[in-house]
Design a protein around this ligand. Sequence first.
Ligand code: FB9
Length: 495
Amino acid sequence: MDTLLLEHISANDVVSDTRAFALQHGKDHQEVVGAMKSVQSLGDVIATKEMSEEKWLLTDEGQKTLQAGSLEARLFQQIASEGSSLEELKKSFEGFSIAFGKASSKKWVSLDKASGIVKRATESIVDDVQKDLENLKLGEKLPPKTLDDYKKRKLIEKRVEKFYEICKGPGFSLETEKLATDLTSEMIANGSWKQQGFKGYNFSAKGRLPDSGHLHPLMKVRSEFRQIFLEMGFSEMPTNNFVESSFWNFDALFQPQQHPARDAHDTFFVSHPAQCNKELIPGDYMERVKKMHSEGGSGSIGYQYDWSEEEALKNLLRTHTTAVSSRMLYKLAETTKATGEFKPVKLFSIDRVFRNETLDATHLAEFHQIEGLVADYNLTLGNLIGMLYEFFNKLGIKDLRFKPAYNPYTEPSMEVFSFHPGLKKWIEIGNSGVFRPEMLIPMGLPEDVSVIAWGLSLERPTMIKYKLDNIRDLCGHKVNLQMVYDNPLCRIEKH
Ligand code: FB9
């Protein structure tokens, strides 16, 4: 094709319209354009001028009409010589009402209302629509009113058709040398570079996106949740300690030492060192926690059991980032005492937590917990509900439902649900509650300060976003990293 094109230009100096050239040589227009671009890549052999023309082209329906006749003509052919039942035609002829309307206006058919029979009103017909489309396809013009009618009937559509004028360039030659794009070590070694032509630099070409690093989907979604919290005025808690003491993970949260979640089959306990350094837990605070568990106080009867310091000192892999929340709330209480002034806070965390759970398609022994909390004077369940609407609204979720739930450290507690349009059902999207006074008072927070909090996982929303059914396709040693590489959502944005 390249040679055919160059020979034509050599003999005629110009190809004035690549479409006509394609028709003349029985080639597809795109093949001619491809040959033109291939010759262009050789350097300044040819010069081209892009042109465009609005053309009426046949739609699929138009092609069908061209082959089988217009709707009204096809209805005329379907009517029996003695006539056909209107009801039958309505059932059997697709698009009957339009076809009957058109055929009636052309006086091709008529309806005997008394008998309900549709009859032919003429011996034969000329299908003008089919003829018009044949002429249009051959490049003939149609009257504007006709074009408008056929466009309304979706038989034709207007498209911009690109074509080119090609003439000789300054470097025109029939002997086209394939210009090299790269100088190779082989060319340098054998000296062939001296005779080799090189393609000029195209400084306007876009560079290929370098195969730079890719963020894991979880890290992408974590950034999105972090941004939401930051927009809402929350500050991030320091969560860089996977190992935690049972004291901060459970006791500080008023979770009793007999609670099943504290068993080894639910929690990963650390064997070395099995115990945390007791010096790191404020002694007076530990005493207040011990008293609240064993005797109660401030109106609570506690759990009435013999609280064990040894149990509280056991090291574990934190089962929730609420362990960090308890540390931060204790620090807030200490700051309030030191300054004599309570300042409300909004805090969040997004990090790994570990649970010795039964593994399945949506649960691994670890996941990322997202947690938000607000500490202020006299916060209520209403404030929590409002905060949840605000938070989930930023994820595009507006319709929430709440179900009473139980957490050892919050009262009241609620599970949060939203309707999943894809799954067509209500799904649990998180848990929430108001931290109990039995947790806050031993910390030393003012009695009229309350703390609302909520949590969800990072994996669930990420699996929904990336349409993954099995969590092992998202994290773990069996992840298909190509999924990460191929997924444009994972590319690091270029700023
Ligand atoms: O994430 C969960 N579901 C979820 C979240 C988001 C989502 O899509 C996004 C909105 C677009 C879809 C689903 N859940 C919590 C609910 C279920 O998946 C549940 O089966 C699994 N839960 C985990 C714990 O399971 C062992 C999710 C995880 C979870 C549960 C509770 C908390 C945090 C994470 C909490 C808490 C809390 C409560 C009160 C005070 C402080 C923290």
